[in-house]
Ligand binder design. Structure first.
Ligand SMILES: Nc1nc2c(ncn2[C@@H]2O[C@H](COP(=O)(O)OP(=O)(O)OP(=O)(O)O)[C@@H](O)[C@H]2O)c(=O)[nH]1
Ligand SMILES: [Mg+2]
Length: 418
């Protein structure tokens, strides 16, 4: 792939540059102004402007992070500290939802039974701590808030991640709670009762990828913990502003925009709709049995299909190449083993075999193709992706780049149309 020689066009801050007005130039003479304008015009002419669009949690920012990994500058320690705080807080957010769900599913008695069995076998953890005791402590501190808050002034002493102002007050508070309660979280997470809760998580909007954090709690709680690339990729921060990054790849200027996908964020999209070369529309394959976080009755896949239809039929994108990334294929492959596509009301017309990855993917590809008014969607514009897998994204982004550049040349008349 040709990105090895690529360099970032501009220094890239942490998680992208907030959408900003063009930088001001202060030349000392008219000639310099003319030269600067001319240079800006040329840069603008050859520039590829790319938007990542799609519903919330589909994986846009993860793809944006992969682009930074592949084409941009390395993360600073300040960035890593921020991601460390967010990773720890992501665990608290996930465990709160899972504990609340355990209670709602009426599985507390199951937890008692498991604790009793473990006591009989003498396999209790942390000096005899049972999963029921760990659960009770966590409920009191994280969910019901019936326990007095523990304020240990030395909690962050010697901790590499420590506090990050950039992560925000809520994430820092949750990261502290994580350090206070990670032992109990580990015990409850390892219980067989929690495995049942995890299998029934589709209604609670817990991020599937955070299973990796939960499986690795001791590493993340360590005083020397530094987030790995994979930790950064699965870190979840909802995007609430348009974010831009610039790259120079093989001599071509790329300007990439990441936007928030939840309904309340979409009115901001219009700000970056001018002169767009390509849209990467991201939809999560695995969300066929989930409802939206912001509208609990709406199926996520139905929302993605409707959004795709409106993007494809938007007049602002008449000259724009639209690529479709059907993302989270890893979670989809896992999920179809226990969740039947045809059992979801909007997809009851699925007639393929159950537990079949290829049939399932082809079915959803067709659903997206059906959204187009004219039937011109080229299969090479569709990718089935795993945004957290860097090898997969390197391949996909490289071929996407080639397609976009070729399509752009065709549209500008430099290459003949097919
Ligand atoms: N397992 C797995 N997790 C993924 C994949 N793509 C994204 N994720 C995870 O899904 C979560 C949501 O992804 P984001 O990239 O934040 O989603 P987004 O589209 O930017 O969401 P908004 O900012 O709300 O619009 C993150 O924790 C990601 O790490 C994937 O292909 N596989
Ligand atoms: Mg995002």
């Amino acid at each position: 792939m040709g990105c090895g020689s690529s360099t970032p066009a501009a220094p890239s801050p942490s998680s992208g540059t907030p959408f900003a007005a063009p930088s001001t130039v202060s030349p000392s003479s008219n000639k310099e102004v003319e030269n600067a304008l001319e240079a800006a015009k040329h840069e603008d002419e050859g520039k590829i402007k790319m938007l990542l669009l799609g519903a919330g949690e589909s994986g846009k920012s993860t793809i944006f992070k992969q682009m930074r990994l592949l084409y941009g500058s390395p993360r600073s320690d300040d960035d890593l500290r921020m991601f460390g705080v967010v990773a720890r807080s992501n665990i608290i957010v996930a465990i709160r939802k899972l504990l609340t769900h355990l209670r709602a599913l009426g599985l507390e008695e199951e937890l008692d039974r498991e604790s009793k069995e473990n006591e009989d076998l003498d396999t209790g953890d942390r000096a005899g701590m049972t999963c029921r005791q760990a659960y009770d402590e966590l409920m009191a501190h994280l969910v019901d808030n019936t326990a007095a808050a523990q304020d240990d002034p030395n909690l962050l002493e010697g901790d590499w991640v420590g506090h990050s102002a950039r992560a925000g007050a809520a994430a820092n508070a949750d990261a502290k709670l994580f350090l206070q309660h990670f032992e109990n979280i580990r015990i409850i997470w390892q219980s067989t009762t929690m495995k049942q809760v995890w299998a029934k998580r589709s209604s609670i909007n817990v991020i599937d990828a955070h299973k990796d954090y939960l499986n690795d709690i001791s590493r993340i709680a360590d005083k020397d913990y530094k987030p790995t690339t994979q930790d950064i990729l699965i870190c979840r921060v909802r995007t609430t502003q348009v974010v831009q990054e610039k790259y120079l790849i093989d001599g071509i200027h790329f300007e990439v925009y990441d936007v928030g996908g939840q309904r309340s964020e979409r009115r901001k999209w219009i700000d970056c709709f001018d002169k767009v070369t390509a849209v990467i529309f991201v939809a999560s394959l695995s969300e066929f049995d989930q409802n939206l976080a912001e509208a609990k009755r709406t199926n996520r896949m139905v929302e993605a299909l409707e959004l795709f239809r409106s993007v494809c039929n938007n007049r602002a994108f008449e000259e724009t190449s639209i690529m479709l990334f059907l993302n989270k294929r890893d979670i989809f492959a896992d999920k179809i083993m226990y969740s039947d596509i045809a059992a979801q009301r909007p997809f009851s017309d699925y007639s393929g075999p159950t537990k079949d990855f290829d049939h399932g993917v082809l079915y959803f590809i067709q659903k997206f193709k059906d959204c187009l008014i004219d039937d011109e969607f080229n299969d090479s514009f569709i990718h089935v992706t795993c945004a957290t897998d860097t090898n997969n994204m390197e391949f996909v982004l490289d071929s996407t780049r080639t397609i976009i550049m070729t399509d752009n040349l065709k549209k500008s008349g430099f290459l003949g149309a097919d």
